[in-house]
Design a protein around this ligand. Structure first.
Ligand code: KG4
Ligand code: ZN
Length: 330
C-alpha cells in the first residue's frame, strides 16, 4: 500500500492505495474552506497552522494501515510553500521511521491522474486543467511526457470565480457559490466581455473579466438578490465562453480523439455541458474525474504515486524540497 499526503493549499488530505489493485482503501480530507471564508481567499499562515493540526488527526485515522505501507507519497509542488511544507515534513518523517521510499508528486500531474483512480491510465490525451491556481491545456502523452499548449497570462479560471464571489461579499470558495447563483440568474441582463475574443493568441486571461465584474458590482451597489444572480450568470457565461473559444482553436489544430477536464473547477456543470457539446461536434471522447476527485484530494496523489513507484522514482527524505514556483512545472 501507498500512503499519500496532500497539503498544497487549503485541504488536508490523506489516502491509502493498494499497490497491486490500485484500490483506494482510505480516503479522507479536512477542508479549511470555512476558516478562510471570512477572508474571501486562502490565508497561507492560517492554512499552514490548520494543516499542522489536521494532518496528524488524519494520520491517526489511517493508523491501522500503517504496518502495510510500502511507500509514502506527498505533493511537493506547485502550491503554497508554507502549506506544502506541512505535508512534506510529515512524509519525510514517516518514510524515515518506516524505512520505505519517499515519492514526490507534482500536484498538477496528480489532477491528471484523478481521471484514472482505480483504473488504468490512458494516453495520449489533451487535458484542460482548471483549478484555483492554474488554467492550462496540456498535451499528455504519458507520465513523463507532458507539454503545456496554453496557459493563463494572469488569473486562473477558478480564481476568477473566487474573486467574483468576494466582490459580491459571498465567501470562499467562490466556484460552487457562483455556479449556484448563476442557475437562478438571467445571463442576458448584463453583457460581459469574453476575454481575448479578438486575439489569435492561444492563452487564457481572466483579469479583464474580473474588472468588468467589479465595475458592474459598483454600479449596482447595494446588490439585491436577483442582481447578484444575474451578475453571476453573466460572469459564468463569459468565463466558460472564453474556455470554449480557446479550446476550439486547440481542437482545430490538434484534433484530439480524447479530451479531459480536471481540477477543482471541472465540477462546474456549465463547463461540463459546454465541453460535452464541443467534444460531440469534433467527435472526441470527453473524460471527467468523478466529482469527489475533482477538488484537491490525496487519492489522486496516491494514483499518480503508483506510476512513480513502478518507475522507482524515489527521493531521499533529506533531498526532498518544496517547489512552489511554477515556471518549470513538469
Ligand atoms: O483543484 P482545486 O481544488 O485546488 C487547486 O489546486 O487550486 O481547485 C479549487 C478551485 C477554486 O478556485 C474553486 O472556486 C474552483 O476550483 N471551483 C469551481 C467550482 N468548484 C470549485 N469553479 C467553478 N465552478 C465550480 N463548481
Ligand atoms: Zn488542485
Amino acid at each position: 500500500m501507498i500512503l499519500s499526503i496532500e497539503s498544497s493549499c487549503d485541504d488536508s488530505a490523506l489516502a491509502v492505495t493498494g499497490l497491486a489493485d490500485r484500490k483506494v482503501l482510505f480516503h479522507r480530507k479536512i477542508s479549511q474552506e470555512k476558516a478562510h471564508a471570512a477572508y474571501g481567499g486562502v490565508v497561507p499562515e492560517l492554512a499552514s497552522r490548520l494543516h499542522a493540526v489536521d494532518l496528524p488527526r488524519l494520520l491517526e485515522e489511517a493508523a491501522p494501515f500503517l504496518p502495510k505501507i510500502k511507500a509514502v507519497a506527498v505533493t511537493n509542488a506547485p502550491g503554497l510553500s508554507v502549506t506544502l511544507l506541512e505535508g512534506v515534513a510529515m512524509a519525510q518523517a514517516l518514510a524515515v521511521a518506516k524505512r520505505v521510499p519517499l515519492i514526490a508528486i507534482n500536484h498538477l500531474k496528480a489532477h491528471i491522474y484523478s481521471l484514472f483512480i482505480e483504473k488504468p491510465a490512458r494516453f495520449p490525451m489533451l487535458v484542460l486543467l482548471i483549478s484555483g491556481g492554474h488554467t492550462m491545456v496540456l498535451d499528455v502523452k504519458g507520465y513523463d511526457d507532458i507539454t503545456i499548449l496554453a496557459s493563463t497570462i494572469d488569473d486562473s479560471f477558478g480564481e476568477s470565480f473566487d474573486k467574483t464571489a468576494k466582490m459580491m461579499g459571498l465567501g470562499y470558495p467562490g466556484g460552487p457559490i457562483i455556479e449556484k447563483l448563476a442557475q437562478k440568474g438571467d445571463p442576458t441582463r448584463f453583457a460581459l466581455p469574453v476575454p481575448l475574443k479578438n486575439s489569435p493568441r492561444l492563452a487564457f486571461s481572466y483579469s479583464g473579466l474580473k474588472n468588468a465584474v467589479r465595475l458592474l458590482v459598483q454600479e449596482h451597489a447595494p446588490l439585491d438578490e436577483q442582481t447578484r444572480c444575474d451578475i453571476a450568470a453573466a460572469f459564468q457565461k463569459a468565463a466558460v465562453a472564453h474556455l470554449l473559444h480557446k479550446c476550439k482553436k486547440v481542437f482545430d489544430t490538434y484534433r484530439p480523439a480524447d479530451f479531459a477536464i480536471v481540477g477543482g473547477a471541472s465540477a462546474n456543470l456549465a463547463v461540463r455541458e459546454a465541453f460535452e457539446k464541443l467534444c460531440q461536434t469534433y467527435g472526441a471522447t470527453l473524460h471527467l474525474a468523478e466529482l469527489k476527485y475533482c477538488a484537491d484530494n490525496a487519492a489522486m496523489v496516491g494514483r499518480c504515486a503508483l506510476e512513480a513507484y513502478e518507475r522507482q522514482d524515489f527521493t531521499p527524505p533529506s533531498a526532498l524540497r518544496v517547489t512552489p514556483r511554477t515556471d518549470k512545472i513538469f
